[in-house]
Design a protein. Sequence first.
Length: 431
Amino acid sequence: MAAAPQHATDPATAAVLAGLDDLRPELEACYRDLHTHPELSGQEHRTAARAAERLREWGCTVHEGIGGTGVVGVLANGDGPTVLLRADLDALPVREDTGLPYASTATARDATGEQVPVMHACGHDVHVSCLLGAVGLLARARERWHGTLVALFQPAEETGAGADAMVADGLAARIPRPDVALAQHVLPAPAGSVGTRSGSFLSAADSLRITVYGRGGHGSAPQSAIDPVVMAAMIVVRLQTIVSRELAATQPAVLTVGSLRAGTTGNVIPESAEIQLNVRTYDEETRQRVLSAVRRIVQAECDASGATRAPTFEETSRFPPTVNDEQTTDRVAAAFAAHFGDRAGPAPLQTASEDFSQIPDAFGIPYTYWGIGGIDPRAFEEARRRGTVQQDVPTNHSARFAPVVQPTLDTGVSALVVAALCWLGGAGGDG
Ligand code: ZN
Ligand code: ZN
């Protein structure tokens, strides 16, 4: 492939993006409003209604309530390919600590009924605003492209339930069949940058709740009890040998025990202990290998302790791996290089996970998913020079994660438009 000349945005794309100056104030206001009013997974009623309202204003046919609060806007503009662009709607149970004037003070009841603080700590408010911006620009410049734009706003990404819920609710029968699906995520990288990656990009994630059973008793008489606390402690340590001793150095995986609970006081041996863990892998073979090693180790440690009952394993969430289609990614990467110049480049492999791929997989269509930066470029560069990026740059899910409004929004809107026009633009062919 010939190297694309720097900043050689094609005329159709340039004409569509020319509307951004006009739209920018509205998009920035929309972003701040969404940031101030975050909603938990599956509860995104206000956010979904705002999105639907905008989509209608711009002439889309709007489908609401797909898989709960999912919204899809369809903008049909003559013959041509159909491109699906996806944004996620939900926020997290995190107490915001950014100090921003538009910071969230919202609280809500989570799925267990507990009152929790809510924050857009993963930047899904950026995604929603950027997708609305892209639809707005394409709606205003219909003479510059042809085909069908499908703007999909997905609920409950953080719990891994939303994409699946939309698919199970008949998504495929309710919207035009796309030829390609595209999505993006704001990441702790310099704002203004975009990063693409062919093949594996995001890991698969499996979360398990494991309960091991002993025999409770008096803390003074361990000989008449079977101690599940010791059993669980041995398991936690031994599980760390899976990645270090059972996988090749070239086979990336992460295993984290995030919760370990047993007993209520110091002088009582409890009946059981509960371990919650999370596994990240990039291919099915490694995934199976790690998950079966978890079961083997837990079972063996229970046997070693003389456990009275077999351990129980409960899957609490599951995310598929995100594996970007090579041809689709090359096409988008070339357009990004032409438009963004040296602000576009390759993105590193991420250990985060996404359920986005379940949507293209439901249609059997290729997809690519890319990253955009959200951190003040000067602050990022300073941290890089000091070697303190890990400590000083707040990541997604941090209470201090605060993407700068610009150039983050401009970049996210432009990236979606540039990528969509790879198929919908006059020169893009038929996908
Ligand atoms: Zn997240
Ligand atoms: Zn996210």
